[in-house]
Design a protein. Structure first.
Length: 389
């Protein structure tokens, strides 16, 4: 099957198509992780994006139901150098004697892919000139028409992708059948109830909270502070998610209204939303941070963590009031803000994924810090006799 990836700047790459025979438009980005392609494919933060994987051999260990981060594939397209046609791993799902390939996986869900192109050249273009909109077509196509349409693809900032990936209603989050392998040998007693506002939450964030002994209630991205506080949560998690945080005024208002009323922990998009709620502004990165090897320094301890990241926007440190907000973490690749904390209120956030375990456990302390702030806040409320909401 023929395939072409065309960028808005006129560059194009022709190769072999796999997955579904279709056409998708989106922002073309790249991820430098060597493994974890299924987690990448199902991460809601990639909604609206055509993802290029820089590691040259993809699909070697197949796919399985345990490695998903959401209920479906979220990327709009996949770009690889070589796709493995015969995966081999004891966890690989099979249909009869045939192991399920990444191509099979994409085909089932209507997602196109392209292989056999010079991914190094593509990544070099994105790094040197910035993220590009593009069109991926598998099957028959007219090159001139595809190139023309690539110049008309809407910016990722023009669409609210969060509304497309969030949960539709408030509900308790529990481990599903396919996730039983992640259940701890003996879960801790459920002492705390945490509200997780779902802007496109990865399952592993919610798994981590449950494994630490929390009951998790998931809310849609449009939930108001009143709706969240109505369940009397002990703390609030702001999840990761896709798109431009500057377009999510409704979410920023909710976070503002929650400040000081419950401890808050933001991850990735949640970090950007907290930054805006604290008076800051966000900006688009040249080509984003996407990979599992990004060094981040905790400025409080001077320790360096190896982190997993997936975002195209960042918080502008000059827009924050230093008397109110402390920058706690820095990305050592470009010195962008990787973490912040309010100096008086129980609210903090990081611009990376502590649940993703690239270190593998460098950043797990952040969940413990969150629960510690929950305990401290609950103790202060009991002392002061503060009403439940």
């Amino acid at each position: 099957m023929r395939a072409v990836l065309a960028l808005e700047d006129g560059n194009y790459f022709e190769g072999e198509g796999f997955g579904a025979e279709t056409r998708r438009e989106g922002e073309v980005c790249f991820n430098t992780s060597m493994t974890g392609y299924q987690e990448i494919l199902t991460d809601p933060s990639y909604a609206g994006q055509i993802v290029t994987l820089t590691y040259p051999e993809i699909g070697n260990y197949g796919v399985n139901a345990e490695d998903v981060e959401s209920a479906r594939i979220q990327v709009f397209g996949l770009v690889v150098k070589n796709l493995c046609p015969y995966p081999s791993n004891f966890r690989t799902e099979a249909e009869g004697t045939h192991p399920v390939t990444v191509s099979d996986y994409l085909l089932r869900q209507g997602i196109p892919g392209i292989q056999g192109i010079d991914t190094r050249r593509l990544v070099r273009i994105l790094r040197e000139t910035g993220a590009k909109n593009g069109v991926l077509v598998t099957g028959n196509y007219d090159l001139e028409e595809v190139l023309k349409s690539a110049r008309k693809v809407h910016s990722i900032s023009e669409t609210d992708y969060v509304s497309k990936v969030t949960t539709s209603e408030k509900s308790p989050w529990t481990l599903g059948e396919s996730e039983l392998a992640f259940r701890p040998p003996a879960e801790k007693p459920k002492r705390w109830t945490l509200a997780a506002i779902d802007y496109g939450a990865k399952h592993n964030i919610l798994r981590k909270l449950r494994s630490l002994g929390a009951t998790v209630v998931r809310f849609p991205a449009t939930a108001t502070a009143e709706e969240v506080l109505a369940v009397n949560p002990d703390g609030v998690l702001l999840s990761n998610g896709p798109g431009d945080p500057a377009q999510l005024g409704y979410a920023v208002k909710t976070v503002k209204d929650l400040l000081g009323k419950r401890p808050i922990f933001g991850i990735c998009l949640g970090h950007q939303l907290l930054g805006q709620a604290l008076g800051g502004k966000t900006f688009k990165l040249k080509f984003g941070h996407r990979g599992a090897n990004h060094p981040v320094q905790d400025l409080r301890s001077a320790k360096v963590e190896i982190t997993s990241q997936n975002h195209g926007f960042a918080v502008d440190p000059d827009s924050l009031n230093p008397s109110e907000v402390e920058v706690t973490h820095l990305n050592l690749n470009d010195n962008t803000v990787a973490g912040l904390r309010h100096r008086r209120l129980p609210a903090f956030s990081v611009q990376y994924h502590p649940e993703a375990s690239p270190g593998p456990k460098d950043s797990h302390y952040l969940f413990e810090e969150f629960l510690h702030s929950v305990e401290e806040f609950a103790r202060s409320r009991q002392t002061q006799g503060t009403p439940a909401a």
